[in-house]
Every structure is written in structure tokens, then in C-alpha cells.
Design a binder for this molecule. Structure first.
Ligand code: IMP
Length: 430
């Protein structure tokens, strides 16, 4: 076992930061493969706090190679700013420890402008995006008019491509009442950033093949969560990339058989930011309790997260979609003190019970959760480091989750502290 992919099994914000940090301390290479700077987590290492959006978590640890794969959409200004921020905290960032795929697509100011304008145009039916230009950039990639890192090496080709891109977008910008963008100005801005960015540009698939051959440990760091996957999530209320484990391969150029262990990061209840269906959402005082106690506010946008009961149907679906061999269960301590805890074990749709989350947008909004009620616990689980330190009712809750989602708990996290973790199975050891 030398490579692990970590994947969010709900709607993102499952507490991946701490688990990624824990695993990246054991890895040699840490790789981002999808999404962009819409992701965000905070790492605390030796008392220093680092907020990362685009850089892989390995960057803050000495001797690790961090890679941004072709499946990631890169805002060059945001990336260089993030590099500067971590450098200012004493972290060394150089082509020795950071590689950016030369075939990754770039997020340009036009993408941000369109993201924002389209959200406004959707009115009451907005998707609740992070407005970072993620969707419009992936749209251009698929439409084959995107700008890639390697295009920065060829100023004339870059201008030609920008002219074609802006011919398309300026019509839309004009229609939306926004100012048109001059491709020459974008070219000149990009060429100013190019020398610094191109220092990191490299052939990621070859580098990964090389480190794989050396038997080095690779950690694939997924962003967002399964229910935000462009194909398998709550479409259209999703992000614009595939967030499932298969993306670790297509988003980097490593073969699918190179990912040996898929770890699903799973919160002991459910949260969601932005709009879209959420069957187990609690709009009552229990929801408020979970939000306050779990400090459920978005790290990127600061928005309040919606909270609800654990949905075993959704997580089981995520386990199947990514082939998760185990999960890391996070934030169990947030449930401490509740008299009873509910788990969604199925849905009711038109009087029939179903055991999966349907694809239809209407059905996703209509399903009624079928709950099982479990006894809560009064004792604290905060900071527990062994099963023995957990109240019996908490152990029962965890065991029941394992049964329902058809996957074992490999790690149990009981506080934001790195060491407050019950390790059942080290994912790098399989
Ligand atoms: P986008 O990725 O900015 O296009 O946003 C699309 C949807 O994904 C919105 O509902 C966002 O709130 C959600 N989203 C994007 N990134 C994250 C994340 O890292 N955590 C949780 N939700 C996210």
C-alpha cells in the first residue's frame, strides 16, 4: 500500500483538514487533483496556523513534494498570493517541493466575473457558488477554449486563444450589462505572472510515475464532497468537477490501479453550504445546536452551514461511488449531550421506501427521510483517544453507522487536535 486518496463523503466540510494533515505527515508526496481555491482548510502545525485553498497540505511540511494536478483549475494570482503567504510564515516553496501540471487550466478574471453575474442572473434559483470562477473555468476547459499553464510559454498563441475566448464571452458580458474584456490586457497581466508560475510547471504524470516506481507514499487530497460531484451529486447544486476517487487518476495522469486505499471523510452528522436539497436538514433548535457546537461556518465564504442528522443512505452511496475501503469519522463530540440521535436509514418517496438517493432533481427535493432513533450520551467524547474512553452509547452509534454504510471506521476523530484520534487501521498500511 503506497497511495491513499481521501474523499469527502457528504457535501464537503467533513473535517478533511485534520485527517489530511495527519496523513500528509506520513506521505512523501501530496497531490490535489480536482477543484480549485473554492476549497479551504486550516492547518495548525507547531502552533502556527496556515490557511490553504489551493496548495496541497504537504507544502507546510519539510521534505514533502506537493503537486497540483491537471484536474485542478488554477487562479494564478490566487496561487502566487498563497505561496507568498506561506513563505511569509517561514515555509520554503520552490520547484523542489511544488509542481504544477503544465496542462492544468487557468481561472481568469472573466471566469470570476461570469460566476458572479450568472449567480445574480439566476435570482432566487442561485446555486450558491463560492464565486471563485470555478464553474466558468471548467466550462471553458470542456468547450476547448481554456487557457492552460503551458500556454504562458507562448505569448502569441496565448493572445490568439484569449481572443477566441473573449469573442465568446464578451457577447455574454455585454448581454449581462458588464464591461467587455480586452484580450490584450489579459495577455499582458498573464505574461507578468508567467515567469514565476512557470518555475513550478512540470509534467505531473511523469513525476507521479517516477515517485510511484520509487515506492514513495502518495496522498491524493480530494476537495469538496461526493454529493457535490458534477455527475453523482445533487445536480445542478454541485461543483463543476468530479469529486469521486476516480478523479485522482484522471486529474493527475496516474493509472487507476495506483490508488490503493480510498478513505472517505465523514462527519458524524451532516452539513451543507449553499443551496440545494438536503433531506435530513434540521431547521430547529437541534440544527442550531449542531451549528453552534460544531462551529459550522464556511472557511472560504464565511457562510453559515446548514446542519442535519447523519444520512446513512447518502454516505453508503458515497462509499460505493468511490470504492471507499474505510471512513474517518469526524466531529463525534459535537453530538455529546443530546438525549437522542437520529440516523436516516432510507427514504420514502410516493409511499414507497427506497434505499438510494434518486437522480431526479424533483425527487431529491421530495424524498422524506426514514429515521431510526438511537439513545444519546451525556458524557463527553471530546479528546477521546481509545474506544474504552467512549461512552457505550457512542460506540453503539459508531458501530451502527458502519453497518448501515457498509464500510468500517478506520479513524475516529474526537477533537480538532491531531492526536485526538482513534486509529483503527492506518490507511497507508491498508
Ligand atoms: P463552486 O464550486 O464555487 O462552483 O460552488 C458550487 C457549490 O459547491 C456551492 O454550493 C458551494 O457552496 C459548494 N462548494 C464548493 N467548494 C466547497 C467546499 O470546499 N466545501 C463545501 N462546499 C463547497
Amino acid at each position: 500500500m503506497s497511495s491513499v486518496a481521501i474523499i469527502g463523503s457528504q457535501w464537503g466540510d467533513e473535517g478533511k483538514g485534520k485527517i489530511v494533515d495527519w496523513l500528509s505527515s506520513r506521505a512523501d508526496v501530496v497531490v490535489r487533483f480536482q477543484g480549485g481555491h473554492n476549497a479551504g482548510h486550516t492547518l495548525v502545525i507547531d502552533g502556527k496556523e496556515y490557511k490553504l485553498n489551493l496548495l496541497p497540505s504537504g507544502i507546510v511540511r519539510k521534505g514533502k513534494l506537493s503537486i497540483i494536478g491537471n484536474g485542478v483549475v488554477i487562479n494564478p494570482t490566487a496561487l502566487l498570493k498563497e505561496i507568498k503567504t506561506v513563505r511569509d510564515k517561514g515555509v520554503e516553496v520552490s520547484p523542489e517541493n511544488l509542481m504544477v501540471a503544465e496542462n492544468a487550466n487557468l481561472i481568469l478574471p472573466v471566469h470570476e466575473a461570469l460566476d458572479e453575474a450568472m449567480e445574480i442572473a439566476r435570482g432566487g434559483k442561485s446555486l450558491g457558488t463560492t464565486k471563485r470562477g470555478i464553474g466558468p473555468c471548467y466550462e471553458d476547459k470542456v468547450a476547448r477554449r481554456g487557457i492552460r499553464v503551458c500556454d504562458l510559454r507562448e505569448p502569441d498563441l496565448l493572445l490568439e486563444k484569449l481572443e477566441a475566448m473573449m469573442r465568446h464571452h464578451n457577447i455574454l458580458l455585454k448581454g449581462l450589462g458588464l464591461e467587455e474584456i480586452d484580450p490584450k490586457e489579459v495577455q499582458s497581466e498573464l505574461l507578468t505572472l508567467a515567469p514565476e508560475l512557470l518555475r513550478y510547471a512540470g509534467i505531473v504524470w511523469r513525476k507521479l510515475d517516477e515517485v510511484k516506481g520509487q515506492g514513495r507514499k502518495i496522498l491524493f487530497e480530494g476537495a469538496q464532497g461526493t454529493m457535490l460531484d458534477i455527475d453523482h451529486g445533487t445536480y445542478p447544486f454541485v461543483t463543476s468537477s468530479n469529486t469521486v476517487a476516480a478523479s485522482a487518476s484522471s486529474g493527475t495522469g496516474i493509472g487507476v490501479n495506483a490508488v490503493h486505499y480510498v478513505l472517505g471523510i465523514t462527519k458524524a452528522y451532516t452539513t451543507r453550504v449553499g443551496t440545494g436539497p438536503f433531506p435530513t436538514e434540521l431547521k430547529d433548535e437541534t440544527g442550531e445546536f449542531l451549528g453552534q457546537k460544531g462551529k459550522e461556518f464556511g472557511t472560504v465564504t464565511g457562510r453559515k452551514r446548514r446542519c442535519g442528522w447523519f444520512d446513512a443512505v447518502l454516505v453508503r452511496q458515497a462509499v460505493k461511488l468511490s470504492g471507499m475501503q474505510g471512513i474517518a469519522l469526524t466531529k463525534l463530540d459535537v453530538l455529546d449531550g443530546l438525549d437522542e440521535i437520529k440516523i436516516c436509514v432510507g427514504y420514502e418517496l410516493d409511499g414507497k421506501k427506497i434505499d438510494y438517493y434518486p437522480a431526479s432533481q424533483t425527487d431529491q427535493a421530495r424524498v422524506k427521510p426514514v429515521y431510526e432513533t438511537m439513545e444519546g450520551w451525556k458524557q463527553s467524547t471530546f479528546g477521546a483517544r481509545s474506544w474504552g474512553a467512549l461512552p457505550a452509547a457512542a460506540v453503539k452509534y459508531v458501530r451502527h453507522i458502519e453497518e448501515l454504510i457498509e464500510a468500517p471506521v478506520s479513524m475516529l476523530s474526537t477533537s480538532p487536535e491531531r492526536d485526538d484520534t482513534i486509529l483503527v487501521r492506518d490507511p497507508f498500511l491498508g
